[in-house]
Write a protein that binds this ligand. Sequence first.
Ligand code: M6R
Length: 618
Amino acid sequence: MCGIVGYVGSKQAQHVVIEGLRRLEYRGYDSAGIALVHSVDGRGAIASDKKSGKLANLDKAITESPLPESTTGIGHTRWATHGAPNDTNAHPHLGRDSRLALVHNGIIENFAELRAELEAEGHTLLSETDTEVAAHLVERELTDGVDLTVAMQRACQRLQGAFTLVAVDARDPDRVVAARRNSPLVVGLGEGENFLGSDVAAFIEHTREAMELGQDQVVTITREGVEVTGFDGSPAQGTRYHVDWDLSSAEKDGHDWFMRKEIHEQPRAVADSLLGRRGTDGLLQLDEVRLSDDDLRDIDKIIIIACGTSFYAGMVAKYAIEHWCRIPCEVELASEFRYRDPILTQSTLVVAISQSGETADTLQAIRHARLQRSKVLAICNTNGSTIPRESDAVIYTHAGPEIGVASTKGFLTQLVACYLLALYLAQVKGTRFGDEINEVMDQLDEIPAKIQAVLDAEAGIYELAAKYVGTKSVLFLGRHAGYPVALEGALKLKELAYIHAEGFAAGELKHGPIALIEEDLPVLCVVPPRGRDQLHDKMISGIQEVRARGARTICLAEEGDTAIVPYADVLITLPKVPTLLQPLVATVPLQLFACELATQMGHDVDQPRNLAKSVTVE
Ligand code: M6R
């Protein structure tokens, strides 16, 4: 939620900041703003502009009324929490004397009390935001004669909640100061210039050298260097790292949407996430797992926590873990987890799944688990983000940056990581023989080509999507590992096309949802592969039941499944894969369907209304 950029160097800060915001816009797009430090008659001054709506509105405004030249600036793209998304509430906010400009991501929980304190001192606050309170607080410290770094440290000691703050001081034009608590911020390290960003996309065009910061730290960037301290002023260190993707990964590559590009990147993303997992001894190795095999052997319960699409990856993981490892596994929404007083012990493994690694609900859930001494393993796509940093172990997915707000390659690579974890636990616990594990690994190695085969048939899905423009409601049915796929298909349609969509376990139909079936209602059915269990045949019974009541059935079934033909109004064929791995191929047509339907309906696929990519507030 919210994208933040800071820059000091020798380039025109306006350009660096606006381009940085463009790459961060997926984090929030209710309003955008910029502040630059410049000089008027030899005295420093702040020049700023901000506009409600997308970054394009701000871009237009500063093209029509250009800001002064400056090499120091900050910028913000907002996902509104406190106050409506209008010009006044947009960031940056200024202090009482307009000496300081500040941008913010997060929620300052004690803002009402601080606002009352400031107002009692005669401050007039113009907006409804918690951010303006922080701007006045930091500027109040500045007027005490200290520099911006100390002013920020002092102000942060008064703040409660989660925040990233970035500020500039008109009287100190070569310095940008930021602070973070429970909210993302990374430093970009350049030559004669330095950067701040909510994530590395903000500055990837300029440098791939980055520094991650710890909790409760203040960072000061100048042209010459970077200094990190605690909120109390004590010296601290950031951790340097090299970003292993480049500008081209952050661009659309000829596609109309990042989402479509990311869907098409899935064969490579899945292949990359599988790379290097089999050792020369034939054993599966997950080198990022910092828990010992003994620790893992002692695990007697697994709880998976996640939100949204990542939660559905967790649902698939449950099937794999219980089947291959025989360890009881629960899957829980991170936002519910700590409020139900979960039973956690030292032998519970909590698996947190998060593409961004910054989701506030998931972060708070793992903190709760660690307080109860449970071990935490993160499955994450973002190096250096908070959730993996606060976990005992991490399996990184290698999807590359996911910019479309709707998760696609993030989901498929999370599935891969879940399968790998399940197989690894099976190896450590001895619940599967080595040749069984190898057989599944061989099947996984074939998946990228199978996803490609689904993508090669995209034209058929697009034709189908075009027929459903204007449809009011769509149902999705699945069983077993196909049930989370149905939920994911419905979520994609809701978030992109704003169509009412529900996913159901097909066996539940008769217990209520079948009442929703009416003439011509589209029902997308994820048909399990034919196997020794009865899943396939039971699914066909469910499909017959909805068809008998007038539904139009769009069935996703494996090639050669002739049994489904009489019951499918539309048949989408999937490559043959085992039931547990079917989500890796069955999800792809549903992603394409939602992306195309939303496109045909004229929606902004990459930035759907009311959403933001990473939900950093609870
Ligand atoms: O970054 P995370 O994986 O923790 O994010 C979780 C959800 O917010 C995310 O999956 C969300 O549901 C997406 N918009 C789904 O497309």
